[in-house]
Design a protein around this ligand. Structure first.
Ligand code: ING
Ligand code: ZN
Length: 308
């Protein structure tokens, strides 16, 4: 690595991320807890970090997952970035202080560890998880088509060899089931759901699984519009925004739609940089700007949720 780039301005393999999770918890024993929410198809642990910076009881919470798709490396990089920022700037930056005084944060840095590992060792462009299909030996389910939201309708495929294979049934995969189980058991506290992807620079909200409008569509639209404005003002970069189905494409079985239907009324998918020049192969020198602009969008939206 360039000596001028910090740990957070580089991409890290799975082993380094697991080491970082453990170290972050050990260095912050009163504020950070690693929670084992399940394990992957290949039996890797799924660790979420719980950030609880303020001791008030009965706090609300937000959830952020990263790395649902293996090749979108900027996504896990963002989860690490967010944690380091929260821990470093609590009581220094007003916005993150207000957020953490009002919400705990659950962060799953790598939802698809088997796929992520595979992109480091074998195929950089792998998207799905690594579960083996019994009938034809094709590998992988698209975890963002495996949730129970108009599951496997138009925009997903029941063909195991495709990139958007929906799986044998909703939550057939241990990775999606672990996230769904955790959110089901924490739905009374979790008010805000965020899923981080790349690329294309979009701030999306439900629905992706239907062209119908969500009940609080105007609320959600206002939030992402403001977040996009803040990104433009601070970083001179353009993000599109809107419901998934109308902004990108029909995509059933996505995690944000499922979380929304569960009752988490503020549910978003962010597509980080870039718009296609490098695509999934975003160079490390872009990490800090990509993460900072996503961070300011998260802050904008979280503050609005707290006001509600
Ligand atoms: N995009 C998402 C995908 O899974 C998406 C778009 C968002 C689908 C929300 C469903 C729900 O296809 C990428 N880049 O993965
Ligand atoms: Zn993705």
């Amino acid at each position: 690595p360039r000596s001028s780039s910090s740990f957070y301005e580089r991409y890290h393999n799975l082993e380094d991320i697991f080491y970082w999770i453990n170290k972050t918890q050990q260095d912050n024993p009163s504020t950070v807890k690693a929670i084992l929410i399940g394990s992957s198809y290949e039996k890797r642990p799924l660790y979420a970090l719980k950030l609880s910076l303020n001791n008030d009881l009965n706090k609300k919470a937000m959830w952020i997952d990263c790395g649902i798709h293996a090749r979108e490396w900027i996504s896990p990089a963002f989860c690490l970035w967010f944690v380091q920022y929260a821990l470093a700037f609590y009581k220094i930056n007003q916005d993150i202080t207000d957020i953490l005084d009002n919400m705990d944060v659950y962060i799953l840095p790598v939802m698809n560890p088997d796929g992520y590992q595979y992109t480091w060792t074998t195929n950089r462009m792998w998207r799905k998880n690594r579960s083996v299909n019994r009938s034809n030996n094709c590998i992988g389910v698209d975890l963002n088509r495996n949730f129970d939201a108009n599951w496997c309708t138009e925009g997903a495929s029941d063909e195991p060899c495709t990139e958007i294979y929906c799986g044998a049934y909703p939550e057939s995969e241990p990775e999606s089931r672990a996230v769904a189980d955790f959110l089901r058991s924490h739905k009374d506290s979790v008010q805000l759901y965020l899923s981080i992807h790349s690329y294309s620079q979009m701030l999306l909200f439900p629905y992706s699984c239907t062209l119908d409008e969500a009940e609080n569509h105007n609320d959600l639209l206002e939030m992402v519009q403001e977040a996009a404005q803040v990104i433009r003002r601070h970083y001179r970069n353009t993000y599109k925004y809107g419901s998934g189905a109308k902004t990108i494409y029909l995509a059933p079985g996505g995690s944000d739609d499922w979380a929304y239907k569960l009752g988490i009324k503020y549910s978003f998918t962010f597509e980080l940089q870039d718009r296609g020049r490098y695509g999934f192969l975003l160079p490390p020198s872009y990490i800090s700007k990509a993460c900072n602009e996503a961070l300011i969008a998260v802050k904008t939206i979280a503050l609005k949720v707290i006001e509600k």
